[in-house]
Ligand binder design. Structure first.
Ligand code: S3P
Length: 178
């Protein structure tokens, strides 16, 4: 049986890492977080990486990582929220499994990222809520190409159940509909 990857994407603070880790445990898959891997590879935090090398260099590291990850199966991948903005990354990952987009209310996103320790360079602005709304608008079409699951106002258990049902209902990756 192929162990298709499960790729969780979506905006910052939508719960990709938290849910992804739980899901991987539940289905006995490996868990991989692309930001964490990049931090390990470079020895720099994402914030420091943006500051010292810039966003373009970070996006290149993401794209290189995608090529490596696509060689393996049986993984739950939590991607950085901007990784799917590169259509090539989407194409490569979609061939290995299911891409699912987590969503959350913009106010929940701000509340969650404000509580977390990892700094989001794209949101380090005077008015992060406005920046979140603006980026959500800009990315809307990209995120909408994937099946979506809202993580607002639900328990982790409910979300895992919904995720598993959603995945079950999806056609096999690479399947051709006649
Ligand atoms: C980004 C999301 C972040 C991280 C970087 C850029 C984005 O990951 O990759 O700060 O462009 O949305 P998370 O979605 O895990 O916060």
């Amino acid at each position: 049986m192929p162990r298709h990857n499960i790729i969780l994407t979506g905006f910052m603070g939508t719960g990709k890492t938290t849910l992804g880790r739980l899901l991987a445990k539940r289905i006995d898959y490996d868990f991989v977080d692309t930001d964490t891997l990049i931090e390990e590879q470079t020895g720099l935090s994402i914030a420091k990486l943006f500051e010292t090398r810039g966003e373009t260099a970070f996006r290149k590291l993401e794209a290189d990582l995608v090529e490596d990850l696509a060689l393996k199966e049986g993984q739950v991948l939590a991607t950085g929220g901007g990784l799917v903005l590169n259509p090539h990354n989407v194409k490569v990952l979609a061939a290995t499994g299911h891409i699912i987009c987590l969503t959350a209310a913009p106010e929940d996103i701000l509340a969650r990222v404000s509580q977390q320790q990892n700094l989001r360079p794209l949101l380090s602005e005077k008015d992060p809520q406005t920046k979140i709304n603006e980026l959500l608008r800009q990315r809307d079409t990209v995120y909408k190409q994937f099946p979506q699951l809202s993580t607002s106002a639900q328990t982790l258990e409910q979300l895992i159940d919904k995720l598993l049902k959603l995945i079950d209902a999806l056609p096999s990756p690479g399947a051709v509909s006649l």
